[in-house]
Design a protein around this ligand. Structure first.
Ligand code: MLC
Ligand code: AMP
Length: 499
């Protein structure tokens, strides 16, 4: 059965049921039934076909959360088109890499944002496409898809620096969605407040899919805005909420009486994508009366491990393997380590991607005997709870967004007067970590101007929050830069007083 067969429980089976509250592209608030979504996506599927897109072609979306992104996703699933979601915070340089790698038929964005795309990229304005779709037939068209039909290429860097497209299949999305819907007891009576961006798997593979499979109601916000979040909870009265830890830290600002009332109406809060600090979990329990359910996933594997829905949600841990996922914890040689001993997490299951788009080398490097090597280091307690302890790479996670130091270092090294750069993550109470740059550079380099310059070329969350001028970068005897040693360098000139 294809993924669409599972969506049909809602699209066809609950056609008259209210499905979605969200803004359209024009900012108009829309309230749609599942039947309306079925028709809208059929029209979009015809419009895509009229423009020549075929099954197996890639289509990139550079869009914030809107009704139209859901129409597009459904249209692509129906017709076998492979979706390439692109983070809307990415700038020209970051987009250029994805476009050259995925070679999409076109990049769909708003008319206003077409100018933000790199020169030479074929872009379609969503406004024009939507106007064409409105003239098309509402009769469904489909292409048969099976479990290993690719549904999306989601760009991520794995354990190395270069961003690669994880090929996520219909089967990967189906397995993940079935596991979450069943484990977390989603039903048609739920109300899901969606604030996560649909360009990453947390919002796309988890949020969008538990909604489509359970046939519950979803209120899709364009993005999480912490000043408005409490109002949304009160107005919409969700039963479930998924967030990254930064969102839970922000929610701690809600006044106690309001927070308690919100908590009383909500049945489940889920956190993931970055570590949830145990004190945040405790403060949230005091304020909202809820023990947050923390789970662990990756773009390449979707959800791997989760605290239980029933039973103890243990702070600082990510719980047990998902129902269809097998997790091993291994040493450097790939041998299983005993409980209580740290090792790398290797996973396998129907949720794990087939590999990286047109990168057999990277795919081969990421898998050993069919096991996906996550690069995450963890330990299993005797009673089975898994705790993540760190990562084998220098990945920085800020507000749930991933940052690869090498990408920023390469950009900094291209700047006039900069001889060497090292970027490290430093702790931040709200965002978990933020990047800070250590630079060996000429005396003429103005750090403030440098900061402004890189801001034009990087997504805002990747721009270092501090720039520190140093005499030399710490190196190993073999000459490799030791990023983690940078923070202990003394006698350096800093742009920011904080780092
Ligand atoms: C943040 N910004 C956005 C945005 N999110 N802009 C547009 N759309 C979004 N979705 C920008 C803001 O404009 C601002 O830019 C900066 O980011 C910080 O915004 P803020 O208002 O200060 O937000 P803050 O309270 O810090 O919260 C940020 C956040 C955001 C939590 C809303 O980080 C976020 O949405 N994170 C979710 C990331 C995610 O979905 N990760 C899943 C990866 S999948 P400026 O220019 O003013 O700085 C994965 C697998 C798994 O990891 O296990 O799930
Ligand atoms: P991404 O490549 O964006 O999918 O990011 C996946 C990475 O996020 C994982 O490899 C982990 O390092 C991290 N991650 C996801 N969930 C958690 C969690 N609950 N706790 C700690 N780290 C997490």
């Amino acid at each position: 059965m294809s993924l669409l067969g599972l969506y049909d429980r809602s699209l066809l089976g609950r056609a008259a049921t209210p499905a979605l509250d969200a803004s359209s592209l024009s900012g108009e608030p829309l309230a749609l039934t599942f039947g309306a979504l079925e028709e809208r996506s059929n029209r979009v599927a015809h419009a895509l076909r009229a423009r020549g897109v075929q099954a197996g072609d890639r289509l990139a979306f550079y869009l914030t959360n809107r009704v139209e992104i859901i129409d597009l996703w459904l249209a692509c699933i129906k017709t076998g088109i492979i979706v390439v979601p692109v983070n809307v915070l990415y700038r020209e340089r970051e987009i250029a890499h994805i476009v050259s790698d995925a070679a999409p038929f076109a990049v769909i964005t708003t008319a206003a944002q077409q100018g933000d795309l790199p020169a030479g990229v074929t872009s379609w304005s969503l406004e024009a496409l939507s106007a064409e779709a409105a003239q098309q037939s509402a009769v469904r068209i489909t292409v048969p898809c099976v479990a290993n039909t690719p549904a999306a290429l989601v760009y991520t860097s794995g354990t190395t620096g270069a961003s690669k497209g994880a090929v996520l299949t219909h089967g990967n999305f189906a397995a993940n969605a079935l596991a979450l819907t069943a484990s977390w007891e989603f039903t048609g009576n739920d109300r899901y407040l969606a604030v996560l961006p649909l360009f990453h798997v947390h919002g796309l593979a988890n949020g969008l899919h538990v909604w489509l499979l359970s046939g519950c109601h979803m209120r899709l916000a364009e993005r999480f805005e912490h000043e408005r979040a409490a109002d949304w909870f009160e107005a919409y009265q969700p039963t479930v909420f998924f967030g990254v830890p930064t969102m839970f830290v922000r929610l701690l600002d809600v006044a106690p009486a309001r927070a308690a009332a919100i908590g009383a109406r909500t049945r489940l809060f889920v956190s993931g994508s970055a570590p949830l600090p145990a004190p945040v979990m405790e403060a949230f329990r005091e304020r909202f009366g809820h023990v947050i359910l923390e789970r662990y996933g990756m773009t390449e594997t979707l959800m791997n491990v989760s605290n239980p829905f029933y039973g103890e949600r243990r702070p600082g841990t990510v719980g047990f393997p998902m129902p269809m996922t097998v997790v091993r914890i291994v040493d450097e040689g790939g041998a299983d380590v005993p409980d209580g001993t740290s090792g790398e997490l290797w996973v396998r299951g129907p949720n794990v991607c087939d590999g990286y788009w047109r990168r057999p080398d990277a795919t081969a490097a990421a898998f050993t005997d069919g096991w996906f090597r996550t690069g995450d280091v963890g330990v299993r307690a005797a009673d089975g709870y898994i705790t993540l302890e760190g990562r084998r790479s220098d990945l920085i996670i800020s507000g749930g967004f991933n940052i690869y130091p090498r990408e920023i270092e390469e950009l900094l090294a291209e700047q006039e007067g900069v001889r060497e750069a090292a970027v490290v993550g430093v702790k931040d109470a709200v965002r978990g970590e933020v990047p800070v740059a250590y630079l060996v550079c000429d005396a003429t380099v103005n750090l403030e101007a440098l900061s402004q310059q890189v801001r034009t070329q990087l997504a805002s969350f990747k721009v270092p929050r501090g720039f520190v001028r140093v005499e030399a970068l710490p190196r190993t005897a073999l000459g490799k830069v030791q990023r983690q040693q940078c923070r202990v360098i003394k006698n350096c000139e800093k742009k920011s007083a904080d780092y």
